[in-house]
Design a protein around this ligand. Sequence first.
Ligand SMILES: [Mn+2]
Length: 272
Amino acid sequence: MNNKSKFVIGDIQGCYKEFKNLLKLIDPNKENKFFCVGDLVNRGPESEKVVDYVLENKVKSVLGNHDLHLMAILAGVRKHNDKKDTMTKIISKNKSVEILDYFLNFPFAKVLSNETKKTLVVHAGVLPTWSIEDVKAANEELISSLKSNPEKFLDQMYGDRRKAISKSTNKKNRRRYLVNVFTRMRFITKENKLDLNTKIKKSPKQKYQPWFNYKHKALKEVDSIVFGHWAALKGVTNNNKIKGVDLGCVWGGSLAAININDRSIITVDSQK
Ligand SMILES: [Mn+2]
């Protein structure tokens, strides 16, 4: 395999065995030329092993909603939901500070460059109206606020803020909206209003479209956008330049990696 290949790996969600199998295919010499799309943990069986591997090997990722949830638990501002969450072994490790510190290095959006190509990586999506500069500004706004006071940020980030807001309005609501765009968004209106409840492929509400169906300003500056989060799509966006890489490994699908150079996809089956 071309050792200049760079990959973006889909939502691992604690599927450690599949993650290791995928790494054998894409990174046999441990040159670490891969990046993750977020949701490294939760719902799956071995989140604690994924976290250990991530810290030991300095794996890089953007933040997903489940990563933020773990960080909020580690920061003590959110409780583990024993009915749904599968992260008790991470919490009991007594490494909360170390793990939280590491995850605080992750951005919400990242532009990867490979040879002549540029790829924007986000967990859920970006607004169609955003240029790359706007994406970076929104990321910077969130990251600086997260880093300056993690407990406060992680405590306040939850809330179904769906309506787009300008910079001048309430900062807390603005942060919530931006977190929702980067980590939870699936459907939006052309006024950038979010539908945060629908997880299937089509929204029952006509004016809400998948975020990648709109014309994206950022695609004037990057060659493609890669995202995860939306397992129900099975990667299908019908858009050559916007690629979904969450193939639902944790739900019995597969774990995928996309080669950002030629956009080819490598998958390993879920062991479920
Ligand atoms: Mn997600």
